[in-house]
Design a protein around this ligand. Structure first.
Ligand code: GLU
Length: 447
C-alpha cells in the first residue's frame, strides 16, 4: 500500500512551495559531460558482454556528426538574441537519424550527444529502420512570447536544413516542443526546399500530416511495457500503486491511461511540487487545475508533497517522467518503490542504477519504456511517404503489436541471461546496430 513517510508528510505543506528540487539536479555543462561518460561506460560494458568487433566499437564511441549553430532571433522588443543550438547524429547505420529537438536552458553539447546516443539505442531496441539523432536549443522557452518561439523554431530549421530530410535526419518533439512547434518547423523546411516533404519532421499537427495517436504515444507505450511486466509478475492493475514524477505530455498521458486501465496512480508532480492521494488521483482534474493555476502545487486534490517525497513513496511502481539525472547516487537510498519505470530519457544515473540492482529493485529502462513516441513517429513517417492517414485505432493496434513483440524479447532475454532489463535492452539494440554497421563493409568511409 502506498504511503508517504510520516515525517516527510508533516513537512509537506511547508515544503510544497520549494521549487528547487528538480532544478537543483538539472544539467550544467559539467554534469552534461558526466552524462556522456556514463553513457559510454554503459556502452563499453555491452561491448564486453557481446564481444563486439573492434570496428563497431570504435565507430560507436563517438557521434557520427555534430553541428553547433547559433540561432539569431529578433525579439518582440526589437533586440536581437542569439541562442546556442545543436543537432547531433549519433549513428546512421540502421537508417536516417531520428530524434526530437528540446528547448531548455540547460541544453548543452554533451547532453544532446548523450540523448542522440540513447535515440540510436532505442530505435534499434524496437527494430525501427532509424539511427539516432537529437537537437536542442539553449533557451528558457517560458521567457519567450509565442511569436518569439516561432521565430526561434524557424531559425533553428534554417540553421540545420542542409543536414536534415526524410532520408537524412528527421526531427520531432521533445522537452518543451510540441505539435505547434513542429508545424512551424515543417513549414520553414518546406519553404526552404520549395517542396512538400511532410516526412522530414514527425509529431506534426494533423492537418500537416501528423499521425493520430502521436501525442499520447509515449505514455501509451510506457503503459504497454508496464502491462507486460505486471503480467509477468502476476500482478493486477488494481493491486498496483504508481507514483509519477513529472506532469508534462508523456507523464500526463501515461498517468491518465494507467488510471483508466485500473492502476492506482497515487501521486504526480511537476517542478512546483506534487500531490498525493492514497485512494488514487483523478488525473483529468489534476490536469485542469494545472491548466488553471499553471502549477500542480495549487491543485486542491489530495495532499501536497515535495518532489523528493514523491521519489521516496512506498509504491509498487515509481514512474520517472520528468528529465534526466533525477535518481542519483545521492538520493537512490530514498527510493522505496518495488520497480522503477523510466519514461523520461536517462532519469537514473549509472551509480544509482547499480544501487537499485543491488537492492533487487527492477528498472524498466528508458530505451524500451519510452519508445512509444518514436514508434508512432515511424508510423507517421510511413504514412507521409505512402500518402496515407491511418485511424487512431489502427495506429494504436500497430504500436501495441510492435512494442509487445520487441519488449517480450527484452524481458525474456533478461530472464534467460540473468541480467537486468537495461542490460538486455542494450544488448538487443547494440547487437542490431553492430550487425548493420558491419554489413556495410570493411571500408565504409575510405572513399
Ligand atoms: N523525443 C522523443 C524521444 O525522446 C521522440 C523522438 C521521435 O519521435 O523522433 O523518444
Amino acid at each position: 500500500m502506498a504511503k508517504a513517510t510520516s515525517k516527510k508528510t508533516k513537512n509537506a505543506k511547508k515544503e510544497a512551495t520549494d521549487q528547487s528540487h528538480i532544478e537543483a539536479r538539472a544539467l550544467t555543462p559539467q554534469t552534461g559531460a558526466a552524462l556522456f561518460e556514463d553513457a559510454r561506460s554503459r556502452l563499453e560494458e555491452v561491448f564486453q558482454a557481446l564481444d563486439t568487433p573492434h570496428d563497431a566499437r570504435s565507430r560507436l564511441m563517438q557521434p557520427a556528426a555534430s553541428l553547433q549553430v547559433s540561432v539569431p532571433v529578433r525579439m518582440d522588443d526589437g533586440s536581437l538574441q542569439a541562442f546556442p543550438a545543436w543537432r547531433v547524429q549519433y549513428d546512421i547505420s540502421l537508417g536516417p537519424a531520428k530524434g526530437g529537438v528540446r528547448f531548455h536552458p540547460d541544453v548543452n553539447q554533451h547532453e544532446v550527444t548523450t540523448l542522440s546516443f540513447w535515440m540510436a539505442v532505442k530505435c534499434a531496441v524496437v527494430g525501427l529502420p532509424f539511427g539516432g539523432g537529437k537537437g536542442g536549443v539553449q533557451v528558457d522557452p517560458k521567457q519567450l512570447s509565442s511569436l518569439e518561439r516561432e521565430r526561434l523554431a524557424r531559425g533553428y530549421i534554417r540553421a540545420i536544413a542542409d543536414i536534415m530530410g526524410p532520408d537524412r535526419d528527421i526531427p520531432a518533439p521533445d522537452m518543451n516542443t510540441d505539435a505547434e512547434v513542429m508545424g512551424w518547423m515543417i513549414d520553414e523546411y518546406e519553404n526552404i526546399k520549395r517542396v512538400r516533404a511532410p516526412a522530414a519532421i514527425t509529431g506534426k499537427p494533423i492537418p500537416l500530416g501528423g499521425s493520430q495517436g502521436r501525442v499520447e504515444a509515449t505514455g501509451h507505450g510506457a503503459l504497454t511495457v508496464l502491462d507486460l511486466w505486471a503480467e509477468q509478475e502476476n500482478r493486477k492493475p488494481e493491486e498496483t500503486t504508481v507514483a509519477v514524477q513529472g506532469f508534462g505530455n508523456a507523464a500526463y498521458h501515461f498517468a491518465r491511461q494507467a488510471a483508466e486501465r485500473g492502476y492506482k496512480v497515487v501521486a504526480v508532480s511537476d517542478s512546483s511540487g506534487g500531490i498525493y492521494k492514497e485512494e488514487g488521483l483523478d488525473i483529468d482534474a489534476a490536469k485542469k487545475a494545472k491548466q488553471k493555476h499553471g502549477e500542480l502545487a495549487k491543485c486542491r486534490q489530495g495532499k501536497r508533497i515535495k518532489g523528493d517525497e514523491l521519489l521516496a513513496l512506498e509504491v509498487d511502481v515509481l514512474a520517472l517522467a520528468a528529465m534526466e539525472n533525477q535518481v542519483t547516487g545521492d538520493n537512490v537510498g530514498d527510493v522505496a518503490a518495488g520497480m522503477v519505470l523510466e519514461i523520461a530519457n536517462g532519469p537514473v544515473t549509472s551509480d544509482a542504477d547499480a544501487a537499485l540492482e543491488k537492492r533487487g529493485i527492477d528498472v524498466l529502462p528508458d530505451v524500451l519504456a519510452n519508445t512509444g513516441g518514436v514508434i508512432v513517429s515511424y508510423f507517421e513517417w510511413l504514412q507521409n511517404r505512402a500518402g496515407q492517414a491511418w485511424s487512431e485505432e489502427d495506429v494504436n493496434q500497430r504500436l501495441d503489436e510492435k512494442l509487445e513483440r520487441e519488449a517480450r524479447q527484452v524481458l525474456e532475454r533478461a530472464r534467460d541471461e540473468k541480467i537486468t532489463y537495461r542490460q538486455a535492452a542494450y544488448r538487443q539494440g547494440i547487437e542490431r546496430i553492430t550487425e548493420a554497421l558491419l554489413a556495410r563493409g570493411n571500408c565504409q568511409d575510405c572513399r
